[in-house]
Write a new protein. Structure first.
Length: 665
């Protein structure tokens, strides 16, 4: 036989139902309050209509009677008592039963009003916590989505804000307030308003959906800065994120342009597979290492690199030119009035992905196939192709051929994870360039035996053309630095990250000042060239102003280089292929060659003439590096064709070339 529920049980069930309603969020909570207020007003109105006819209430002038003297007046009276506690003063002359009813309705109204205030306050507090913790959804569209956070990610954000009006959305598993504080140190407040920060893991599909990845205009995946000794720890989240992105259901199959970075070159292939070979992946440590070595061999290359790949006025793009089909490359080189053809590229479609097969700086007789596109360096909107200029007769100056700047006695000051790649690149350039062997002295914090062990572990093979020496010296002491650089023709200062240093650039700045002092005092090699890696652009600008009288160091801000390339690669995949080619010891490279190899003394020539003369040397002219006394060189990439230049012996012609048999002297 069923038992009727007891009163305590009914209260428990009622409390449970109330808890369920309150757990459904603010709309359900407000609805419950409205139902409670309406029920109280209705019951109170019914009772009021019954009590209104009591003779004891006849003299109460404050009681409403003008509507119908019954239920309608009762509902109005009860509703006012629930919503307005001050309305009870109108019941002063009423009977005690009506006064008691008025008091009960007023108490119910006060309880409901207090609950309403608590609910709204709680909801506002929750929204503030969501904003603070960065867990709310993002409703932006066509935004730049940066997945991950670190020093390089902040450089990407800063560069995006500098180059366009787009919103930037950051998704990272870090405290949003800390991210915003770090960004505020280098980004103006007006630009920081365009940054939306959300906390979450980029490799989780639910978090990607929360930042509206499906409607992003561009996606950049950044490696973490978690470990200096274990690069895999920095890359694992990138690989997982690329796998998550490959599973996104893109609306209308519209996949936004993407780019990703990995720290360790050994993780490159895994990252490509994780992204189904559809996301360009940049190995940042490899790029920085190659750029450091190239700058050690060619002073001024870092400025050229930034001008070629970082300018908004000159960009790289692929162009289909049907009129050039089945015509030789020589005609294409003379057919553009405001752009520079760097070569051609075949684009293959394979399993929903593009495969780019470029041919940079091909021979003049190389015929352009109909399906191939021209690789152009020029303004974003290039002028239409015209008829090829007539082939000029060229007489080049008779200058001896040689090689690039010799970097044989190299000293590396500081220690970071890129040293094995730097050594490998120095060794490769010496082998492939036909240079005699050299020596590298590494001076860092780890003990010499630890440095030797780390190098032996990370190098793919022992150096064939480099003699390595490992030293643990306090090289920021002048007496030690004099001995270390006495015979060096090249000094590389690395942003030292070996000891958890708060400001990795501090030692680099001190080292640059000391080296400048040694050069001024004649205590260094007369042709000493210094390449310095930094992680803070403001420090680099400081040293550009401070150092420059005696030394002109090559300053490489690694996060800025990485951010520049990632943003450009996300826009145009061909850039990744070209960067790889230009930085390779076996490919086409950018050189700053002496002007005397192209023009006779006192001769005036425009850039079209320089392009023709470079072509006569199987090279492609990109621009000029004009040197003026007591001033940094002026880099002109793709200058106007009509301007005449009279170049002196210090000026350089910037070219793309395969051979390295030239001399800078």
């Amino acid at each position: 036989m069923a038992h009727s529920p007891s009163f305590p049980h009914v209260l428990k069930v009622l409390r449970y139902r109330l808890d369920m309603i309150f757990g459904m969020g603010l709309p359900a909570q407000l609805g419950l309050l409205a139902v409670t207020a309406g029920t109280a007003a209705t019951l109170g109105g019914v009772v009021f209509s019954l009590l209104l006819s009591d003779p004891d209430n006849a003299d109460a002038a404050g009681l409403p009677r003008s509507l119908d003297g019954g239920i309608l007046d009762g509902l109005w009276w009860a509703a006012r008592r629930v919503l307005d506690p001050g309305a009870t003063e109108n019941d002063y002359a009423a009977a005690w039963q009506l006064l008691l009813l008025s008091l009960c309705l007023t108490l119910v109204g006060m309880a409901l009003f207090g609950t309403l205030i608590a609910l709204v306050s709680t909801h506002v507090g929750q929204r503030l916590r969501i904003l603070e913790q960065g867990t709310g959804p993002v409703m932006e569209e066509d935004h730049v989505l940066v997945l991950g956070h670190g020093r390089r990610a902040r450089a990407v954000i800063r560069r995006v804000l500098e180059t366009g009006p787009r919103k930037v959305v950051v998704l990272a598993d870090d405290d949003p307030q800390e991210i915003r504080a770090a960004l505020a140190a280098t980004i103006p407040r007006k630009d920081l308003r365009r940054v939306v920060i959300r906390r979450g893991r980029p490799s989780l599909p639910s978090d990607l959906e929360r930042v509206n990845v499906a409607h992003a205009g561009r996606v950049v995946v950044m490696a973490a800065d978690r470990s200096e000794t274990d690069p895999v720890a920095n890359d694992i989240e990138v690989i997982k994120t690329l796998a998550a992105l490959s599973a996104v259901d893109w609306p209308d199959n519209r996949r936004p342009p993407m780019a990703a970075e990995v720290v360790d070159v050994d993780d490159l292939e895994v990252a490509k597979v994780a992204g189904n070979y559809q996301v360009p992946v940049l190995t940042t440590g490899d790029v920085i290492s190659k750029l450091i070595v190239q700058c050690a061999r060619q002073p001024g290359l870092s400025q050229v690199f930034s001008a070629v790949f970082g300018s908004t006025e000159v960009t790289l793009h692929l162009v289909a030119e049907p009129t050039l089909a089945n015509r030789p490359m020589a005609e294409a080189m003379r057919s553009y009035t405001d752009s520079i053809p760097l070569g051609v590229c075949d684009v293959l479609e394979l399993d929903d992905r593009e495969i780019l097969i470029p041919d940079i700086n091909p021979p003049d007789g190389r015929v352009i196939e109909p399906q191939e596109r021209v690789i152009l360096l020029g303004p974003p909107k290039a002028a239409p192709i015209g008829s090829p200029r007539p082939a000029p007769e060229i007489t080049l100056p008779d200058v001896p051929e040689g090689g690039p700047r010799t970097a044989r006695n190299i000293v590396i000051l500081g220690w970071n994870k890129n040293i094995p790649a730097i050594l490998s690149n120095f060794d490769e350039h010496m082998r492939d360039g036909g240079e005699t062997g050299g020596s590298v002295t590494l001076v860092g914090n780890p003990p010499p035996e630890t440095m030797a062990e780390l190098i032996a572990t990370d190098l793919p093979r022992p150096p064939q053309n480099l003699a390595l020496t490992f030293l643990n010296r306090p090289w920021l002491r002048r007496r030690h630095l004099v001995d270390l650089v006495a015979d060096a023709d090249t000094v590389v200062l690395l942003s030292d990250q070996s000891g958890g240093i708060e400001d990795p650039d501090a030692r680099v700045i001190m080292g640059l000042i000391l080296l400048d002092s040694l050069a001024a005092a004649g205590q260094a090699h007369p042709d000493l060239h210094v390449v310095a890696e930094m992680v803070d652009g403001s420090n680099a600008r400081l040293m550009e102003r401070r150092v420059g009288g005696t030394l002109r160091p090559e300053l490489i801000v690694s996060p800025d280089v990485v951010s520049l390339l990632l943003i450009r690669i996300a826009e145009n995949n061909i850039l990744r292929v070209i960067v790889t080619e230009f930085l390779s010891a076996k490919g086409q490279e950018i050189y700053l060659k002496p002007a005397k190899a192209y023009v006779h003394a006192g001769e005036a020539v425009d850039f079209s003439g320089l392009m023709d003369r470079a072509r006569a040397r199987s090279e492609i002219a990109l621009g000029l590096a004009l040197h003026r006394e007591n001033a940094p060189p002026e880099i002109l990439i793709n200058p106007p064709r009509g301007t005449l230049y009279t170049l002196n012996k210090a000026d350089r012609v910037i070219v793309v070339a395969l051979d390295i048999k030239w001399r800078t002297g």
